[in-house]
Design a protein around this ligand. Structure first.
Ligand SMILES: NC(=O)c1ccc[n+]([C@@H]2O[C@H](COP(=O)([O-])OP(=O)(O)OC[C@H]3O[C@@H](n4cnc5c(N)ncnc54)[C@H](O)[C@@H]3O)[C@@H](O)[C@H]2O)c1
Length: 405
């Protein structure tokens, strides 16, 4: 275990990152929009439907984006590319070069889901999941934003008591490309007693903490202005540096209230009193666990979107659920997680805040009108399939959004 640490340090691009995020609060401002003769803002979006229910939910989200675009004076140019199992079948690899190039050259990327039984026994480099990891690495997205909101209409879907779950509206900002999942040395070996060992390294450089902290402060600033940094600074050196750097970066954001919490306490507080949280920032492994835990407070995997952002270049937006092979092709999937991911794409990827809000409002309106897919159905609601749910969201957009064009 004497191998030295090897860390690749890409250049810090916090300025472009700050610029990108600061645009989010300005209505109708786009990071990469180009004013054209028609007066419409144009955005290139790469769609990656993927496998299983991916194509079904992406199709709904595309219709929603097109309709909201017509109301908001936006023009989308979509390019649909294969990824995951469908790319394996088509090209022999889970992330074809053409797909990555198209994604990199676009303003934002919307992914459905990848994976399925058919490819489960493939070698690691030929698994659909490998394509997703390659995509995240290729786009250099280091910040994963996962909101978990308990909608009043779905409060009974939570596994927590109603009084604990209702009103929860939090965002987990997880560091995505560093920490123990990537740190070296790692591997298997033998200890001094001859026992077999497995080992990994939790390591963070200051620049990695600084850039995720800035994303988190910017995110908190656009929410309720409260940021809780979760670490294990009472035990781990990497966490001690994490806390030191977060405190340092907090000086740039005097308007955001910063607190710190040890990860074991955070796990407990998330089920005891989750309403106390606004924005949480944490490292890769703690974020992996806490964001899944937070999502379960909402009780509905089919409702939860996510965004992965880098310092420059397009963000990657995707529902947190997988390809749901058990219901694929049956028109049973809940498309709302993908529709809400499209809203995050507009808000965090393109700076089209108002358009994002129109979509969010339409989703709430659709739920208020009683429409539910099977995963969130309760007696008294109207059971619909994936397509019909999409149609209802379109109706809500049309009836609620005043046309701006
Ligand atoms: N980001 C991704 O693309 C991603 C994430 C997780 C899993 N996966 C892959 O997906 C495949 C299936 O994995 P899994 O079963 O563990 O997770 P899953 O999220 O696909 O499904 C878990 C359960 O939730 C249901 N479900 C998921 N999304 C739903 C939706 N939108 N509407 C209604 N019900 C929904 C499914 O029917 C299933 O019962 C695997 O190949 C896995 O590797 C991909």
């Amino acid at each position: 275990m004497s191998a030295s640490l090897q860390i690749n340090i890409p250049p810090l691009r916090s300025l472009s990152l700050q610029r990108k995020l600061s645009h989010v609060s300005r209505r109708g401002t786009s990071v990469k929009c180009a004013a054209v003769a028609s007066g419409k803002k144009k955005h290139n979006v790469t769609l990656l439907p993927g496998d299983g229910i991916g194509p079904e939910v992406i199709s709904v989200a595309k219709n929603v984006l097109n309709l909201v675009a017509s109301h908001e004076g936006i023009e989308f140019h979509f390019q649909e590319m294969p990824v995951g199992g469908s790319a394996l079948d088509l090209t022999g690899v889970p992330l074809p070069e053409e797909t990555l190039t198209a994604a990199k050259n676009s303003d934002a990327v919307l992914l459905g889901a990848i994976g399925g039984y058919k490819w489960d026994n493939n070698e690691k480099h030929l698994k659909p999941e490998t394509g997703l990891l390659q995509l995240r690495a290729g786009l250099k997205v280091f910040a994963n934003l996962r909101p978990a909101s308990v909608l009043p209409q779905l409060v009974d879907a939570s596994t927590l008591k109603k009084e604990v779950a209702e009103g929860v509206d939090l965002m987990v900002v997880r560091e995505l490309t560093g920490g123990i999942y990537f740190g070296k040395p790692r591997g298997f070996g033998t200890n001094e007693n001859g026992d077999e060992i497995g080992f990994n390294t939790e390591v963070y450089a200051a620049y990695e903490i600084d850039r995720i902290a800035r994303i988190a402060f910017e995110t908190a600033r656009k929410r309720r202005g409260k940021l809780c940094s979760v670490d294990k600074a009472n035990v781990l050196e990497a966490s001690m540096l994490w806390r030191k750097r977060v405190i340092e970066i907090s000086k740039e954001y005097p308007d955001v209230e910063l607190s710190h919490m040890y990860v074991d306490n955070a796990a407990m507080q998330l089920v005891r009193y989750p309403k106390q949280f606004d924005t949480i920032v944490t490292n890769n492994i703690f974020g992996d666990i806490l964001s899944d835990q937070a999502s379960m407070i909402t009780g509905s995997i089919g409702m939860l979107p996510s965004a992965s952002l880098g310092g420059s270049g397009p963000g990657l937006f995707e529902p947190i659920h997988g390809s749901a092979p058990d219901i694929a092709g049956q028109d049973k999937a809940n498309p709302l997680a993908t529709v809400l991911s499209a809203a995050m794409l507009l808000k965090y990827g393109l700076g089209e805040v108002h358009a994002a809000e129109v979509i969010e409002a339409a989703v709430l309106d659709t739920l208020n009108r009683g429409f539910r897919t099977g995963d969130i159905f309760a007696p008294g609601n109207k059971l619909v399939g994936c397509k019909a749910m999409g149609e209802e969201v379109l109706k809500s957009i049309d009836t609620r959004a005043p046309s701006l064009v």
